[in-house]
Design a protein around this ligand. Structure first.
Ligand SMILES: [Cu+2]
Length: 105
């Protein structure tokens, strides 16, 4: 029954990314009507944030830590979080747009 065992092992390995909660995640933030939604997110180092811009305007996600993601009209952009911390971000063109990311180690 060796082939059967091999099949079960393959299944378990295949399921591993779901089984480990520490696996990096992708977190989606939608921009619609000059608002980041959700405005507050929590993530961990290695996670990726994807901003989806539904507006007909160009936006950015400009972090107080220095990173900036350009978000053309009707497009999306991504950022992989490299360091822990608490980051406010705004849109360079519409500074009243505000978001916040808490990044855990
Ligand atoms: Cu903007």
């Amino acid at each position: 029954m060796l082939p059967m065992r091999a099949a079960i092992l393959t299944l378990l390995l295949g399921a591993a990314p779901v089984a480990f909660p520490s696996q990096a995640e992708s977190i989606k933030v939608t921009i619609d009507g000059l608002v980041y939604a959700p405005a507050e997110i929590e993530a961990k180092v290695g996670d990726e944030i994807e901003w989806v811009n539904k507006d007909a305007l160009v936006h950015t996600a400009t972090l107080n830590g220095g990173a900036e993601v350009l978000l053309p009209a009707k497009k999306s952009g991504r950022l992989v979080l490299q360091q822990p911390g608490s980051f406010d971000y705004i849109c360079r063109y519409h500074p009243n747009m505000k978001g916040h990311i808490t990044v855990r180690p």
